[in-house]
Write a protein that binds this ligand. Structure first.
Ligand code: AMP
Length: 376
């Protein structure tokens, strides 16, 4: 299967060649033809499956076909994402895929001044990528009108609900025209997700890849049993005595992330923490440093890490196990993306054993135990 087989136009195929994509991923193969035909989609897929391109490519193509008929630019596609990091990532995808087309897009999210965002909006855009809070804010101020929306994407709907965005989402939906094509993506199909999907989608095509409990297949996983007070020493030991070039380390708390990053730096390992208390600028700098490899270790909390997309990330380290087993799958899904293999290491104290048990139950396998280490 090639991208041309999916009836994508030449400018998009060329952009994909430039990105080095050899063939569509399963979610792309399953969604793109239906979206091009104008169908609503319920996509059960998490980050790492190529879902962004699955909606971005057909939207660009559909808008390109209409470009000549609309003289005045108006927002015709709205993509709603739960976090600023994900919104920026989606925007980067639109930039890359749409580089041979003349469509304009912009991104609005909170935590930064709205001035530049408003300036972009005033210039006129075809595609808007937004987080719910800032979107509503700018709508209330009259800078954004949604009455010309033809395509609406709700990305990571499960995370939106987890983050308490349901009322904001409903407010946005209320302002959308009744006639539109809706693409709904979620990593799970929990009852509250289905309820929201049912209110939004008309006769949707359901596509599903890599349900959350089975993503673990490409990632090699192991666990170190360790006492809480020895975790820092163990992390330093692993990073000093291995060929790990690049690792994303997860902690449960913001303070924990800061502490771990500080400790690594004092041991000569370049690390940065990323979490909700950091300014937008600091988060973007840390992420950029991690992506261009000037920072070896990025220490993150779950919310901050959501949607972080780092090409060829080889290692994820769970410094603390998450309370929710699904979160573990999301975390290790940062590695082993789009077909590459990854390694996930987890530290587990006596107290965390119940979490480990839940995780094994969800992924339906026992994680290999590394018993030989100096801190066992
Ligand atoms: P996503 O699930 O949209 O976050 O995409 C995960 C990663 O896969 C991103 O780094 C994309 O650039 C990459 N990707 C998306 N589609 C393809 C493809 N067809 N071939 C190779 N990589 C891809």
């Amino acid at each position: 299967m090639t991208f041309s087989n999916l009836k994508l136009i030449k400018p998009l195929v060329l952009a994909l060649e430039k990105k080095g994509y050899a063939e569509p991923t399963p979610i792309q193969e399953q969604s793109i033809p239906h979206i091009l035909e104008g169908r609503d989609i319920f996509g059960c897929a998490q980050t790492g499956t190529g879902k962004t391109a699955a909606f971005a490519l057909p939207i660009l193509q559909l808008l390109e076909a209409k470009k000549t008929t609309v003289a005045q630019k108006s927002i015709k596609a709205l993509i709603l994402a739960p976090t600023r990091e994900l919104a920026i990532q989606i925007s980067d995808n639109f930039t890359a895929y749409g580089k041979n087309l003349g469509l304009a897009h912009t991104t609005v999210f909170g935590g930064v001044s709205q001035n530049l965002q408003v300036k972009d909006l005033k210039r006129g855009v075809d595609i808007l990528i937004a987080t719910p809070g800032r979107l509503l804010d700018l709508m209330q101020q009259g800078f954004i009108k949604l009455n010309a929306i033809e395509y609406f994407v709700l990305d990571e709907a499960d995370r939106m609900l987890d983050m308490g965005f349901i009322n904001d989402i409903k407010k946005v939906i209320a302002k959308l025209p009744a006639k539109k094509q809706t693409l709904f993506f979620s990593a799970t199909a929990a009852p509250d997700i289905m309820k929201l999907a049912n209110t939004l989608l008309k006769n949707p095509v359901s596509v599903s890849v890599n349900p959350v409990s089975s993503t673990a297949t490409l990632v090699s996983q192991s666990v170190y049993y360790v006492k809480k007070e020895n975790k820092r020493a163990l992390l330093n030991y692993i990073l000093k005595n291995s060929k790990i070039e690049h690792a994303l380390v997860f902690t449960r708390t913001k303070r924990g992330a800061d502490k771990v990053a500080k400790d690594l730096n004092s041991n000569g390992i370049k690390a940065e923490a990323i979490h909700g208390n950091k300014s937008q600028g600091a988060r973007e700098r840390a992420l950029k440093g991690f992506k261009n490899r000037t920072i070896r270790v990025l220490v993150a909390t779950d919310i901050a890490s959501r949607g972080i997309d780092v090409d060829k990330l080889s290692h994820v380290i769970n410094y603390e196990l998450p309370e929710q087993a699904e979160t573990y799958v999301h975390r290790i899904g940062r590695t082993g993306r789009a077909g590459s293999t990854g390694i996930a290491l987890s530290f587990c104290t006596q107290d965390e054993m119940p979490y480990l048990k839940d995780i094994s139950k969800l992924i339906k396998k026992n994680i290999e135990i590394i018993s030989k280490h100096p801190f066992s």
